[in-house]
Design a binder for this molecule. Sequence first.
Ligand code: PLP
Length: 441
Amino acid sequence: MFENRGSPFRKLVAGVNTQVPIKNGVMTPYINFDNAATTPPFISVVNRIVDFSQWYSSIHRGTGYKSKASSEIYDSSRNSVLDFVGGSPDKDCVIYVKNTTEAINKLSNMYKDIYGGGVILSTSMEHHSNDLPWRNKFRVDYIDINKAGRLNMDDLERKLSYYRKNVRLVTVTGASNVTGFKNPIYHIARMAHKYGAKILVDGAQLVPHSSIDMKPHCSPEHIDYLVFSAHKMYAPFGIGVLIGPKETFEKCPPDYKGGGTVDLVTHDYVKWAKLPDKEEAGTPNVMGVAALMESINILSSIGMEHVDEYERRLTEYAVNSLYNIPDIDLCCTAEKTLDKVSIIPFNIKGLHHSQTARILSDEAGIGVRSGCFCAHPYVQRLLNVSHKQMEERKKGNLKNYPGFVRVSFGMYNTFDEIDVLALMLKNIVSNKDRYIKEYPL
Ligand code: PLP
């Protein structure tokens, strides 16, 4: 399927030929290697938004033709979402939120309401969005990682066994936004269920790059909760998804209360609406849902296995290209790249990650990200940041903080773009002293 150096998917994506100014005043094609943060939209997603604007109207309580048409699009979308990730229309509920962060906060509020307390097992490789919402509500413990930066499955078993029936949830990223490592979510599900716990998969980095199947509720490998963001899957119009069992979502009052969440209100009485309305306070983001539907249609027609395969080839090519450049420290590439999504963290010896990122942008129009990627504890571990250094930082010394440069590919990136990156990195390494002077910290 992928014979040449171009991407078969490039024509689907907006902005791939945008020229940007670089330092010498020349205009150059922008290379976006920051897809783990957010992706550009599919062209057809933008077209869908424009077309739908002719029909857009208030949903649910409007009686006009357009309201009914908009309501139909919004309501029927939930089954398409479930179909995309193997959820169960009978047993699962799709709740629309802004993004993954809101989805996890929402679930943590529900869990607090339902269970009051208990233990949440998070991991040492989570994005802050799958760590901080659980703190101050539960006892949170973190499954350790091994030297390779992968989840330590023995530690998971140890902690499940230690806390016994008190573990409410094992909450784990499907793929890391720092290393790209995929976690063995079905194995984790089996273990969690064995100890009576549920599993939440943070799908922010997994769903856009791989196929995922939540599996039937009766399966020991069932994924109980799944969350993800449309802006990382070519539909950046403010929608996110929380999927979980209706049975659980029914058990608590809404965390956000207001219009849309009720069936009946008097000054001293409230009857909450049924799911999912109860959990979607205020005017819903119908445009965002229309965008997500279009994106799901496109990704499904391509097949996520093809997206996965193409991006894996890009990643392997990039790792090989960068591997032989002197002074480049690639993080976590000892293993085969097979079991990861298209993310590569690295550093150039002698340069701060922020300098490398600025040079790539200003000199070559290459957009990357640098720092700790909202996963401070994981990055601290990967870089062996000492306890003493962390204590210094807590006192406010945040200058020159440790971190990585991160390149992350989307399905529209090309091998030629990776060549441009490799060439520019060789140039930086060869002219390091000059660049250090030109780009002071
Ligand atoms: N989880 C992971 C693994 C992520 O990479 C991100 C964002 O980068 C998030 C959660 C938060 O996603 P959002 O910013 O869409 O809420």
